[in-house]
Design a protein around this ligand. Structure first.
Ligand code: SF4
Length: 375
């Protein structure tokens, strides 16, 4: 015997409209707005997984990014494309409230990356489940593969002051001895968490990379408009070292014709060595198409005399020439020896796969050394 006609149609309309009506169903799907700060809006998003494996990123390590989008707004940022995927998905799935949908329509994607930040509030819980003691993933991480936090957005951007997702992630990691953890950030806010970092440091291999490409405050303001000043980052580095935590700098990317003056780079390495940096990593700018869409108009506006040289170098390639990269390597190697920085690393991934992780910050080269500008 079939279902009575009326009851069948009620079920169908409930399914179609949802139990509480279409408006309610739609609203419950929307990404919740959880905060505003001047021109930045924060939305909560639920991550299904948080620990991205090397096979997903194409890089030789695991990565964690607690936020999508980054308010620091660096002109050379390579990671803007990650945000576009999230915006597109939210739009396709009708998860945008009106204001976000309007911003999606009106704002260029490079700016949306800086102004609409998605907060993975459930990330610490997901990580705790993934890394429960004895789980396959935890056991495989004990073999020495690194977890890098902050490969695509800064884990200590302003959002972290309020939402503390990075801190809660670190608290989970502190429960798991034997890991290898790397954190990349431009912000001295990381020193707020020295207590948790010290706990990780006791039982795991921890290393902090502070991103710093120039000591020039005005130039930094131009290139990285909302980032902490160079002095603030150096003070942060000093505090980490005083706490006995392994910490150094990522001088990435070296920007051709802008931050590659040899005496400036020397002053930078000297300064960080004075506060005990154990590591200096450097690489030339790498400019993939999404980064180019933001970076080239920036060059035309702020450094018009460099436009042609950049076009010659990066017109058909996302990497600087090998001669330039080798010169840069040699130069930093010598600086690290001169100022007794223990570890020097050239992060020079020219593989176009993956999210660009450590090389993320890498995007352009031109040593004003004895080297010609590439191209
Ligand atoms: S380069 Fe890093 S700090 Fe700068 S905007 Fe991109 S993710 Fe943020």
């Amino acid at each position: 015997m079939g279902m009575p006609q009326k009851s069948r149609s009620v079920k169908k309309s409930q399914r179609e409209a949802g139990l509480f009506g279409e408006a309610y169903e739609r609203e419950s799907r929307l990404l919740p707005l959880i905060g505003e700060q001047k021109d930045i809006r924060y939305y909560s998003t639920s991550a299904k997984s948080i620990l991205n494996g090397p096979e997903t990123t194409g890089m030789g390590f695991w990565s964690i990014n607690p936020y999508v989008g980054c308010a620091f707004g660096c002109a050379y940022c390579y990671a803007r494309y990650t945000h576009r995927y999230v915006m597109q998905r939210a739009s396709d799935n009708e998860r945008m409230e009106n204001a976000l949908a309007n911003r999606y329509e009106e704002m260029p994607p490079w700016l949306a990356f800086e102004r609409n930040i998605f907060v993975k509030q459930n990330a610490p819980d997901i990580l705790a489940k993934t890394l429960r003691q004895g789980s396959d993933k935890y056991l495989s991480l004990l073999k020495g593969e690194a977890i890098v936090i902050g490969t695509a957005t800064d884990p200590y951007q302003p959002a972290e002051r309020r939402f503390r997702v990075t801190r809660r992630i670190l608290e989970v990691l502190a429960e798991h001895p034997g890991l290898k953890v790397v954190i990349i950030s431009k912000s001295p806010l990381i020193t707020r968490d020295i207590d948790v970092l010290s706990r990780i440091n006791r039982h795991s291999d921890l290393s902090i990379h502070i991103s710093l490409i120039t000591l020039d405050r005005d130039l930094a303001r131009k290139l990285e408009p909302r980032s902490p000043t160079p002095e603030a980052r150096i003070r942060g580095l000093a505090r980490l070292r005083e706490a006995g935590i392994d910490a150094g700098i990522n001088c990435m990317p070296v920007l051709p014709g802008i931050t590659d003056n040899p005496s400036d780079l020397e002053a930078l390495v000297k300064r960080v060595s004075e506060v005990g940096a154990t590591y200096v990593g450097a690489c030339a700018l790498r400019l993939r198409s999404t980064a180019k869409q933001r970076y080239m108009p920036f060059i035309m506006k702020e450094f018009p005399h460099l436009e042609e040289r950049y076009r010659n170098t990066y017109g058909n390639d996302s990497n600087a020439g090998s001669k330039y990269r080798e010169g840069l390597t040699q130069f930093f190697h010598e600086l690290c020896e001169r100022y007794k920085v223990e570890n020097w690393a050239r992060v020079d991934d020219t593989n176009d796969e993956g999210d660009g992780a450590l090389s993320a910050e890498c995007s352009i080269p031109s040593l004003q050394l004895a080297l010609p500008f590439p191209g």
